[in-house]
Design a protein around this ligand. Structure first.
Ligand code: SF4
Ligand code: MG
Length: 322
């Protein structure tokens, strides 16, 4: 399958200000040399604990943030340094669904206007009637009631608000949607409805997803391939089955071992990690995971392992596989 997105050696650093003059005194390496690709039509899941850089990766890809270094190739075009009108134009093809539908929608705006706004902005010449037809179609496709058009976002439940957010993201018929924890703010009872809706829409609208989440069972349900992040680094990438059935990186192994196993015959040993995730403004030398890794050797604090393919389509960054 063709790649829709290629991310090459992406770095996104935030400056740390300090002292009397608030000068830059260091950097938080939120995303530190991350490379992966997303194939057309697939869902690529990005997982890791909060603060590992997965949201920053998603936002940099959408160019909501500017990368410090590296390259972002979208559908064959280098979008790394686009700005102004060129960036605006490119943005039609990639949209975001946010974590918190409460915060990302204006409660004082009519739902029809919320969903139609991107169409109005991008196609100022378009007839009102035509826009309304498109919006009504989107309202229908995401499973909102047909009278939603004239209502306000605050009149809807969390799950329905996320449907509004999804309809708005679809308004310009994008190719890629970055969904950043799209159900983690919702009641458990509606989570699977929204996830299933995203799956249905993927087929209907020919979408490719970057699906960001910390919940491994949600990511398993949604993804074709998965990337695992730790402290700004991508430490393992493989198809879903390899990640869950034969994780190679000690960190991935610990994450997988913590998923509750309903089948008692398949009970596995839970790997409990010691210590906390180090601060991304002062990351450890060598392998970023060495301070907590149960398999760490002396060399691990000196050498930073590169992500490399150790089996077909399975990449890992760990010296155990050198
Ligand atoms: Fe653990 Fe060393 Fe592998 Fe890092 S490189 S994951 S510290 S064994
Ligand atoms: Mg996040």
């Amino acid at each position: 399958k063709k790649n829709l997105l290629e991310v090459k050696h992406l770095k996104t650093y935030y400056p740390v200000k300090g002292g009397f003059f608030r000068r830059t005194i260091g950097h938080v390496k939120a995303v530190d040399n991350v490379s992966f690709e997303i194939r057309k039509g697939e869902t690529f899941g990005l997982v890791g604990e909060s603060g590992c850089g997965k949201s920053t990766t998603g936002r940099t890809i959408l160019r909501l943030l500017s990368p410090t270094e590296g390259q972002i190739i979208f559908d064959g075009n280098d979008i790394t340094n686009l700005s102004g009108n060129k960036l605006r134009e490119a943005r039609k093809d990639f949209q975001m669904v946010f974590q918190d539908p409460y915060a990302s929608l204006n409660p004082m705006q009519m739902v029809g206007d919320i969903i139609g706004e991107p169409i109005k902005n991008f196609y100022p010449g378009k007839q009102k009637k035509e826009i309304k037809e498109e919006v009504m179609d989107l309202i229908f496709r995401v499973g909102l009631p047909s009278d939603a058009y004239y209502k306000y976002a605050h009149e809807f439940s969390g799950g329905q608000r996320q449907r509004i957010g999804i309809a708005r993201a679809l308004a310009l018929k994008p190719k890629l949607i970055v969904a950043d924890e799209p159900v983690s703010a919702l009641d458990v009872s509606v989570q699977s409805q929204v996830l299933n809706l995203l799956k249905e829409l993927q087929d209907e609208f020919d979408l490719t997803y970057l699906f960001i989440a910390h919940d491994l069972s949600v990511v398993k349900h949604m993804s074709d391939r998965i990337g695992v992040m730790y402290l700004g680094n991508l430490i393992e990438v493989a198809d879903k089955h390899s990640i869950y059935d034969e994780p190679l990186h000690p960190y991935t192994q610990a994450l997988i071992s913590a998923i509750p196993e309903p089948d008692p015959d398949r009970k596995k040993e839970r790997i409990v990690l010691q210590g906390d995730v180090p601060s991304p403004s002062n990351p450890p030398s060598g392998c970023p995971f060495h301070t907590r890794c149960p398999m760490a050797k002396e060399a691990c604090s000196e050498i930073k392992p590169k992500l490399k393919e150790v089996k077909p389509d399975h990449r890992v960054a760990c010296i155990l596989y050198d």
